[in-house]
Design a protein around this ligand. Structure first.
Ligand SMILES: [Zn+2]
Length: 262
């Protein structure tokens, strides 16, 4: 699934192409699962200029002239493509004054919506923007297992299954450790690992463990650096102990039983 680094990569690759472009028309294709209100999109997006393309957690926000916004979430298999040809999986097609913008999504868990105001969402602070003291204080004020806490988008926005496992590995914290029991020092290690791993993943263009590609169709390559995610049974790079897989919060969770403590 696209997580923060993948969405950031899409924003960075598609943003320069879109800024300043005018939307001429919008086609929305049935079934209307990705865009549940096609009339609003078709009525209000055309004629507007794209002012800015931003990311908040795993959401892409496209700021339009006149105070309108497009909200795009890639779901599991969504792709935002600048240029290119429509496919049987194209759900929304934006005809721009120069070129096309396609939203393709085979499984249709994504969303494309238009809002008059900036969408208010119950999102926690973005994982790349949250300040260390705030992150540490909020973590230690909660009583939740660390894997589940990192996946909780109301706690911090942008982290999914891959990066949660990697962050906990690099900070030496067991996925089932209780957040309220972590010392301040260990909580700061989690924060540092989060910023470093997400930053490195962004620099390398995001993961490509499933259908993810960036807006130009390039696959990312961060997966070759995963230390625990989908490495069950392989030796830990630090101590050699086989990586273990458990279910935590109904999600497959990979960790080193020796390096990661509760
Ligand atoms: Zn280890």
């Amino acid at each position: 699934l696209p997580e923060l680094p993948e969405v950031e990569t899409v924003v960075r690759t598609v943003g320069p192409f879109l800024r300043g472009r005018r939307i001429e028309s919008v086609e929305v294709y049935p079934p209307f699962l990705v865009c549940r209100d096609p009339d609003t999109l078709r009525q209000h997006a055309p004629g507007r200029t794209i002012l800015e393309v931003r990311r908040n957690a795993k959401h892409i926000l496209v700021e339009l002239s006149g105070g309108w916004h497009l909200g795009i979430h890639l779901g599991m298999t969504g792709r935002l493509l600048a240029g290119g040809q429509t496919t049987p999986h194209t759900r929304v097609l934006f005809v721009l004054d120069r070129g096309l913008l396609l939203y393709d999504d085979p499984r249709m868990f994504g969303r494309v919506e238009a809002w008059e105001a900036e969408p208010l969402r119950r999102l926690g602070p973005d994982a790349m923007a949250v300040l260390e003291d705030e992150f540490v204080a909020r973590m230690r004020a909660r009583r939740k297992r660390m894997k589940s806490l990192l996946l909780d988008q109301a706690f911090v926005g942008g982290i999914g299954n891959i990066y949660a496992d990697e962050i906990l590995y690099w900070s030496g914290v067991h996925p089932r450790a209780l957040s309220c029991r972590l010392s301040e020092k260990r909580a700061r290690l989690v924060y540092g690992a989060m910023k470093r791993i997400l930053g490195e993943a962004i620099d390398s263009g995001g993961s490509s463990v499933s259908d993810y590609v960036d807006a130009t169709g390039q696959t990312g390559w961060f997966q070759i650096q995963h230390r625990v995610y989908r490495r069950t049974g392989e030796p830990c790079g630090t101590c050699g102990t086989p990586i273990r897989r458990i279910l935590e919060g109904q999600r497959g969770t990979h960790y080193c039983p020796k390096c990661q403590r509760v």
